[in-house]
Design a protein around this ligand. Structure first.
Ligand code: NAD
Length: 509
């Protein structure tokens, strides 16, 4: 089982998990999984469709309605989640490399992802283990016992993207299980392998049969069916705005709970005072580089809009461009490589289109803007693209307004605090943003005015499993992580018990 998703032979793998069994697609269809570093297939998975989805949902429904898991005590569910975390730590190297190969990230990024996945399982285990069983409400009379309890919502459909395949899945699977739900997960069709591997770990940890289902396949077939399915009680989706809107529409007729984690166009606001010392300058530039280019910018919270105070612009952008040009691109497992390829040819073409349109609209290219030269660590067929800095951008440009999801940083400038805030909030998204300043009052003022779900002050990118993650505006609906990330997977029930029932006599007859 452990080798299921990591085989390098191109035998098709039975990657659909229904009622405790691994299966091929009902149709027999398969899909090749490509290595973004060379464009070559390295695994083959089952290509499920609506029929496979129906089978998986039926199994999850049965496990929820008739199985023990929803009624298993929280301490036991927590213990299982801790065992999963232990298994993730045991398999860190294997899974980290698999994530690196599948998603095109560096091996170290892959390993860090697995650490974060284990952290998510531990966090939700601790959260449910420490909870009181219910909240007693004072009904104002000793004759009534009133308590509010939380129950699992039911069958959860979990749809995930390709950029952080297992991490995004864990932010859904861990709270769904902690709350006592059953689920069917649909990983991205581009990067399903680590999610397939996780199911084996859940089974190894002792999860009862039928609680966890997985269907590999496309969004318009498997994903759409999950969102619309009448036996699904909740759909939690992470992905782009266009697909997220379709999920919400498909889910509406059955009035299921919907959680959406969508895109971002995240501002990184740098005030000149943050760069008054050499150390401050170096830190702000270094973090702006990290904000924009880690995982080739394929990060929902990527700091893709640099908004810098005008007098600082030239010095800041020159240093940023110099360092961006020095980023070592290559296969994620090659020595010394700092950044991998884009995930697909399609994604690279999209990025190229944005850069072309920005240049046509007047942006000034400071570095990048093209595919890198071939090199031993960069096979010809890989989807590489140079880290790109576009100066002199403005809010009317498509590259400033839309999510590029690639290694492209745009530069805008401001002269006043009000102008900085207005620019930072001038987006239909609202996922994350940062402010760099040494003025504590200004830091608090600006953070308070930013319309984004996460605001960093003098930092970029860290998140905590204990703190909610999610967006304002078109960045989504609902929250992952933190107590609210568990609440998404629950129904709330008020139990009112009359200890001394008497007639009410409202009606006289
Ligand atoms: P995507 O929307 O193309 O796909 C996401 C998932 O949805 C995939 O599994 C896909 O198969 C499925 N899907 C596609 N169409 C569907 C449909 N009609 N019905 C149901 N499911 C469907 O997104 P992607 O390209 O895989 O991921 C990149 C996007 O994800 C970016 O916009 C990024 O910002 C976003 N993202 C957001 C967060 C967050 O926390 N807010 C985290 C990671 C990624």
């Amino acid at each position: 089982m452990a080798d299921r998703a990591e085989t390098h032979a191109l035998d098709a793998q039975a990657t659909i998990h229904v009622a405790g069994e691994w299966r091929d697609a009902v149709s027999g269809a398969t899909r090749e999984i490509l290595d973004p570093a060379d464009g070559l297939p390295f695994a083959v998975v089952a290509e499920g469709d609506e029929k496979d989805t129906d089978l998986a949902v039926a199994a999850a429904r049965h496990a929820f309605d008739h199985g023990d898991w929803p009624r298993t005590p929280a301490a036991e569910r927590a213990a299982l989640l801790h065992r999963v975390a232990d298994l993730l730590v045991r398999d860190r190297e294997r899974l980290g490399l698999l994530e690196s190969r599948d998603a095109g990230k560096t091996a170290e990024e892959g390993r860090v992802d697995i650490d974060c996945v284990a952290d998510a399982f531990r966090y939700f285990a601790q959260l449910v283990a420490a909870e009181a069983p219910g909240r007693v409400v004072d009904a104002g009379t000793p004759d009534v016992h009133s308590v509010v309890v939380h129950e699992p919502v039911g069958v959860c459909a979990l749809i995930t993207p390709w950029n952080y395949p297992l991490l995004q899945a864990s932010w859904k699977i861990a709270p769904a299980l902690a709350a006592g739900n059953t689920f069917v997960v649909k990983p991205s069709e581009i990067t399903p392998l680590t999610t397939v591997a996780l199911i084996d770990l859940l089974v190894e940890a002792g999860l009862p049969t039928g609680v966890a289902g997985l269907v590999t396949g496309a969004g318009h077939t498997v994903g759409a069916r999950l969102a619309a399915h009448p036996d699904v009680d909740l759909v939690s989706f992470t992905g782009g705005l266009v697909s997220g809107t379709k999920v919400a529409q498909a889910a509406a007729p059955t009035v299921k709970k919907v959680a959406l984690e969508l895109g971002g166009k995240n501002p990184n606001v740098v005030f000149a005072d943050a760069c008054a010392t050499d150390e401050g300058f170096d830190t702000a530039v270094d973090q702006a580089l990290n904000a924009a280019f880690i995982h080739s910018g394929q990060v929902c919270s990527a700091g893709s809009r640099l908004i810098v105070e005008e007098p600082l612009r030239e010095r800041f952008v020159a240093e940023l461009a110099r360092r961006a040009a020095a980023i070592r691109l290559g296969r994620g497992t090659a020595d010394g490589v700092e950044c991998g390829p884009l995930v697909s040819e399609r994604q690279r073409a999209k990025v190229e289109g944005y850069v072309e349109s920005a240049l046509a609209e007047g942006a000034v290219l400071r570095t990048g803007g093209k595919r890198p030269e071939p090199a031993p660590e960069r096979p010809d067929g890989g989807y590489f693209y140079e880290p790109t800095v576009l100066d002199q951008c403005h809010r009317e440009m498509r590259v400033v307004r839309e999510e590029v999801f690639g290694p492209v940083l745009t530069v805008e400038t401001f002269r006043t605090e009000d102008e900085a805030v207005a620019l930072a909030n001038d987006t239909e998204y609202g996922l994350a943003g940062a402010v760099w300043t040494t003025d504590a009052g200004r830091a608090r003022r600006v953070a308070g005015r930013l319309r984004h779900g996460t605001v960093w002050i003098n930092d970029f990118h860290p998140y905590l499993p204990q703190a909610e993650w999610g967006g304002f505006g078109k960045s989504g609906v609902g929250r992952e992580l933190g107590p609210a990330g568990l609440a998404e997977y629950r129904e709330t029930k008020h139990i009112y018990q009359n200890l001394a029932p008497k007639p009410v006599r409202w009606f006289a007859g």
